[in-house]
Design a protein around this ligand. Structure first.
Ligand SMILES: Nc1nc2c(c(=O)[nH]1)N[C@H]1C(S)=C(S)[C@@H](COP(=O)(O)O)O[C@H]1N2
Ligand SMILES: [Mo]
Length: 230
């Protein structure tokens, strides 16, 4: 297959996925950009600037388990497996050969800081899902970081257009302390749902709790509903 054929296949699979999950996606709150290739400028669409209980910071605080893993680029892999038709292990070059998207979104940390208008570049989760094609039995994903972090998401959240695996922040390579070389972002949810140093995405036939979810953080994590803890 040449690259155009590959792209056509991804687009076709993306449309199928959208059709399958559209109803569920519409049921849940979303600040998502409706443009298919997403270019911001914000994800607020007439909402107040900040969800309740949040304040704006112009810095970008670092929050994690305290261990920042270093992954040599030739050893770096992203595994996508579980309840899917085609499991894949992507190298960095494989990832960069996929459609790349620029998107601007807000970043809400449950510890009450928000950073507005963050510029990201990377691959949409939806395009990766289209590549592996979740089986009908898949309902959730678990995301694993190279630092042993885990966090779970329902598929209808993960498939929203601003959920991305990003390698570029404000035009610069994503710094290691923010999860470089590659992290996930979940702008419509609190930021703990986006794994830094992402290593594996496992499609699952039912929900399972990740690191913070096991410790009492909300399973759904909607900032616009002040949905912090279970
Ligand atoms: N792998 C990994 N991802 C993670 C975390 C972590 O500890 N490890 N912390 C989460 C939390 S609680 C937040 S608020 C954001 C913080 O991202 P930042 O450090 O880039 O601000 O990353 C999330 N993703
Ligand atoms: Mo957090």
């Amino acid at each position: 297959m040449d690259n155009n054929e590959k792209l056509d296949k991804i687009i076709e699979a993306r449309m199928k996925l959208k059709a399958r999950f559209e109803a569920k996606i519409q049921e849940t709150p979303s600040m998502s950009d409706s443009k298919p290739q997403g270019t911001g400028p914000t994800n607020r669409h007439g909402m107040p600037e900040l969800p309740v209980g949040q304040y704006i910071t112009h810095k970008f605080p670092v929050l994690d388990l305290g261990y920042h893993p270093s992954i040599p680029m030739d050893k770096w892999r992203l595994t996508i497996d579980g309840e899917v038709e085609n499991k894949i292990v992507l190298s960095w070059d494989d990832l960069m050969a996929l459609p790349q998207t620029d998107d601007v979104s807000d970043f809400h940390c449950v510890t009450t800081w928000s950073k507005l208008g963050v510029e990201w570049r990377g691959v949409r989760f939806m395009d990766l899902a289209a590549l592996v094609m979740p089986k009908d039995t898949a309902t959730h994903v678990m995301c694993y970081g190279y630092d042993t972090y885990t966090t779970n998401l329902s598929l209808e959240e993960a498939l929203k257009p601003d959920v991305m695996l990003v390698h570029t922040l404000f035009g610069q390579p994503l710094p290691k302390e923010h999860g470089g070389p590659l992290r996930m972002i979940t702008p419509q949810l609190y930021a703990w749902k986006g794994s830094k140093w992402i290593k594996r995405i496992e499609f699952m036939p039912k929900n399972k709790l990740g690191f913070w979810e096991e410790r009492g953080y909300s399973n759904t994590a909607y900032p616009w509903r002040n949905d912090r803890y279970s």
